[in-house]
Design a protein around this ligand. Structure first.
Ligand code: LLP
Length: 444
């Protein structure tokens, strides 16, 4: 049985077509055109509920799951997260603005960033963002001063770096000693910033944040990080008298992309949270701490497997003895992850999904760049021009990392519910591409 048959969201229907959330992918391609991002709403909601319900049931609801919107940010995603009772993690003024446009409650937003700009911090205070995660002393100074001008006291967390080595691609490790993120516990920088922020009149320190990386499957990495954060809470209580009432353990849970990756059903992600909750409870008991409010920030695991990208197969180039390239109407401008991280993916011919794979092909994009590939090892039936190709698990960090490279259009996105698809991101037009272009008069 092909791997994708086991996913709830993906099926092969009686026509032999791939279906997502009950919608036939060939029909979606015909209706909306390609390339097209397609998201299954039921899967997204299922994932959100698993996280939310685990906190509810195993931690007395004393916490908040924040959807890490960098994984996929558009107004509809904030609307879905809000309707499921989640908060949101934003990392820029742009993500915050998108959330605000969607009517997302600002109090349930946590703002991150290793170099938040003055205009972003001011905008965050104007919106009434609930929590800001401090990642530099200068940021604490600026935030304190603008909060003072507004005569408010802003809740903040401090991002600490507990020095946990997580098993993942090096580019997405964020808590090793060499990191642009956070304050290192080991060198004493974390303690120093705690003392510093505690003196700020217009900042109310609530606790600590840590995020150890992304696409991580080892439960133990998360547990060790949680233990280290709790140890730091205890150490700060003892040294400064400050006892954190909030602990944010970030996101990072891995998803299935291709053969060899663990395939975890939505309910299976409960185990990660249960392990974290147990570590927090044990830490608190061991150090005599109050149970803190627990925040988590899953992004990839919420939307990654909920999304696929549909392309149309164009030119096919067979280089005997070397490889066969299928060129599609998308590429690194809608999915730069192979170019950036050599990420692996699984592809299916959506209009012939019942057929067995016959050959191994590379999938190339349409950009003027040799490295513009979706990957090089796809097992597919013999594809022909015009076939619809679905690349799976593209819901996270695809649209959100897309660009207009070569002045290609960033593809639109549709959300499928019970077989019906609607736009959540409309197609771009040629006018969009030149909207901000200006020809100075002297060049005319
Ligand atoms: N919280 C913080 C502070 C983060 O930095 C991240 C991800 C998350 C939460 C969400 O992590 P997730 O649950 O999605 O793993 N562009 C890369 C991924 C970068 C992740 C950055 N931070 C990729 O395409 O793999």
């Amino acid at each position: 049985m092909r791997m994708f048959h086991t996913r709830d969201t993906l099926k092969v229907n009686e026509k032999g077509h791939l279906e997502i959330g009950g919608a036939d992918c060939s029909e979606l391609a015909a209706q909306f055109g390609t390339p097209l991002y397609v998201f299954d709403e039921a899967y997204i909601r299922q994932m959100m509920r698993v996280y939310r319900d685990t906190i509810e049931e195993e931690y007395d609801g004393n916490g908040l799951v924040l959807y890490a919107s960098k994984a996929f940010s558009c107004e509809a995603m904030y609307a879905v997260a809000d309707s499921e009772g989640l908060g949101a993690d934003v990392v820029s003024g742009g993500e915050l603005y998108t959330a605000m446009q969607a009517g997302f409650p600002a109090k349930k937003i946590v703002m991150h960033g290793n170099n938040k700009l003055p205009y972003e911090l001011s905008y965050a205070l104007d919106c009434g963002v609930g929590t800001i995660v401090v990642d530099a002393a200068a940021e604490a100074d600026f935030l304190d001063s603008i909060a003072g001008k507004r005569e408010i006291v802003q809740d903040v967390l401090i991002r600490i770096n507990p020095g946990v080595e997580a098993h993942t691609h090096a580019y997405v490790q964020t808590a090793t000693p060499d990191s642009k993120f956070g304050f290192s516990v080991a060198g004493g920088a974390a303690e120093e910033i705690v003392r510093y922020v505690l003196q700020k009149k217009n900042l109310r320190l609530r606790g600590f944040h840590c995020h150890i990386g992304s696409q991580i499957f080892e439960k133990q990495s998360f547990v060790i990080a949680a233990q280290k954060v709790l140890a730091f809470v205890a150490e700060m209580k003892e040294k400064t008298g400050f006892e954190a009432d909030t602990v944010n353990l970030g996101g990072g849970f891995g998803i299935w992309y291709a053969e060899g990756d663990p395939m975890i059903a939505p309910a299976g992600y409960r185990e990660y949270l249960s392990a974290l909750i147990a570590a927090v409870r044990e830490g608190c008991a061991a150090y005599g701490l109050r149970l803190p409010r627990l925040m988590l920030e899953p992004g990839r695991s919420v939307v990654g497997e909920a999304g696929i990208t549909l392309y149309t197969v164009g030119n096919i180039k067979n280089i005997p003895g070397i490889r066969k390239y299928l060129a599609v109407d998308g590429g690194m401008f809608d999915n730069p992850r192979y170019a950036l991280y050599q990420s692996r993916y699984t592809a299916v011919l959506a209009n012939r999904a019942g057929e067995e794979p016959e050959e191994i092909v590379a999938i190339a994009g349409k950009c003027c760049e040799s490295g513009d590939l979706i990957g090089t090892e796809f097992h597919l039936p013999k594809a022909e021009q015009g076939d619809i190709l679905a690349v799976l698990s593209t819901g996270a960090y695809n649209y959100s990392m897309a660009s207009n490279y070569n002045r290609n259009f960033i593809p639109p996105a549709v959300l499928v519910k019970e077989g019906r698809a609607e736009y959540i991101v409309r197609p771009q037009t040629y006018e969009d591409l030149v909207r901000n272009d200006v020809i100075p008069a002297r060049l005319k």
